[in-house]
Structures are given as C-alpha cells and as structure tokens.
Design a binder for this molecule. Sequence first.
Ligand SMILES: C[S@@+](CC[C@H](N)C(=O)[O-])C[C@H]1O[C@@H](n2cnc3c(N)ncnc32)[C@H](O)[C@@H]1O
Length: 303
Amino acid sequence: MYWNRGARHAFAAAIIVFSAWAVAQEGRGDVVYVPTPQIVVDEMLRMAKIGAKDFLIDLGSGDGRIVITAAKKYGAQGFGVDLDTVLLRQARDGANKEGVAERAQFVEQNLFETDLSKATVISSYLLPEMNLKLRPRILALKPGTRVVAHDYHMGDWYPDEQKDIVVPEKKVGTPGVSYIYLWVVPSRVAGKWQGQISASAKDVPVELAFDQLFQILEGSVRVGTQSIALRGRVTNGDQIEFSTPAKAGPGNERYEFRGKIAGDAIDGTVRIGEGPNARQGTFTARLTARGEMRRASDEVATR
Ligand SMILES: C[S@@+](CC[C@H](N)C(=O)[O-])C[C@H]1O[C@@H](n2cnc3c(N)ncnc32)[C@H](O)[C@@H]1O
C-alpha cells in the first residue's frame, strides 16, 4: 500500500503533464482547473466512507462536483472554495439544479486561508507541493478526519488506502489512470506511557515508548525487566495496534497489542506468546511524557 519508487516516477511525470496540458484551461490560483472524472469522484467519496453526518470541504472545488455528489448521493453537508468566480457560479447553479444548495455551498476564498476546523472529510485535486503546504494544518485537525485526494500525494505521509482506477477518457496526469489516496488524521501517541497488563492472577506493569511518524509507530515495550522493540500503527484515527517481533530474544515472548486511544489513555487487549499456549489479556496505559511527532522530510515537496 505504500508509495513505491515506480509510483514516484509516474507521479513526477504526471505533474509535468498535468501542468502542461492545463495551461489553456480555466481556474485561478495555484493550480489550473481540471475536473475529476465522475467515476473517480464516486470512488473518492466511497473510500472516505462519507455519510449524512459528515462535513466535507473541497479545496479548489471547480464546478463543485465533489461537494454536490456528497450532498446528493450521501446526504452530507459541506462547502467548496475556489478563486474562479465563473466556476463558483457554475458550482452554485449545479447545487441548485440538483436540489442540494442548502447542503452544498461554494465560497470565493483562497484554500490556504480556509478554516478547516469543521471538516470531517477533506477532498482535493491539487499539486503535491500544495498538499504538503496544507499538511501541517490537516495533521492538527481532529483525529479521524479523512483526507481524500485525486492523483497527488502528501510526501512521506503514506496513504492509509490507495486505489488506481482506469479512466480511459482521462488525458491529464497519467493518461487513462486516476490515483486516489486516503489518509486518516492519526491520534498523537508519541512519548512515554505507563500501565499494566492483566493476563494472569497478578497485573504486570508495562512501559511503552512510541516514536511516531504520522500513523507509523516504532519504539519499545518494557514488561517487567524485559524491554523489546515494537512496531505498529494508528488506524482510523483512534485505534492502535503494535507488536513485538516473533523472536524477541531468550526468555522474551511475543506481544500483540490492540487498543483504542482516548486522549492520554489507551485501553485494549493483548495476546502473549504464540501457538496453542498463547494467552489473552487486557492492558491499559496512561501518557506520562508527550513526545513530538517525527517529521522525516517536510521539506521534500515532490519526488
Ligand atoms: C484541478 S482543479 C480541481 C477541481 C475539483 N476539486 C475537482 O476535483 O473536480 C483545482 C481547482 O483549484 C482552484 N484553485 C487553485 N488554487 C487555488 C487557491 N489558492 N484557492 C482556491 N482555489 C484554488 C482552481 O481554480 C481549480 O478550480
């Protein structure tokens, strides 16, 4: 699922084609107007699992098709922003025609100045450097906020889900193919945690240290006197899973943790050992020292 070298080259080429083709098109601001094919819009909204309770913000909304589809097909609410007044008028006309003008609104505004705080879903079809510029603000949103983007990535924040769709009529980017990326804003767990494992008659103290790069976790688990490296991830914003390697060393057992993050607390289950002798238990941990989320290469705009 992660960004591979081949995809990076394809994307670098895609940016050039996107830019060159689009010079003659409408649109204003930092990227020209190229509409997302409707089949791709439908898949983006499906991947974002959009529903009637969601509030969608489309950054650079063009003719409004993403917000209008979300309102019409899924009953979602939201708005799009754009700087092109002709496209904004087209989008408002489209929302009126589809009978969703109350739920799908369009605002003349620079997307870099847009207040994103109401969003539960953000959509974009912007260039990678624009996505990267938006990234710190997106990461500061409520954990669980979904971001769905057409064709362009977000640097080393690898997508939680990725889908390639064949779109024969597509002439821009990589002709004939659309790439869709979905990210979920992760809870911040970087730092040190203390708690206990309840898997036998007596609770055992546990210490966790998480080094976090977006949704990816590395670090260590200390159970009693044993300290073992861990690897894991934050999923769906507030779910966490991490485990120690199969062969953790003499006397060490394999631990597999799954839990839910709620602010400074994590509660969940743990599986200890392997095979028929594995034991099930529960664990709970509290944050004792918050760490910073690691940023590997914020400065890398394109690959
Ligand atoms: C590639 S189009 C995508 C349109 C639409 N989201 C879609 O997927 O069909 C990008 C849009 O962003 C708008 N845009 C570019 N820079 C912008 C900015 N700084 N603020 C707001 N809109 C901007 C352009 O006018 C254009 O309509």
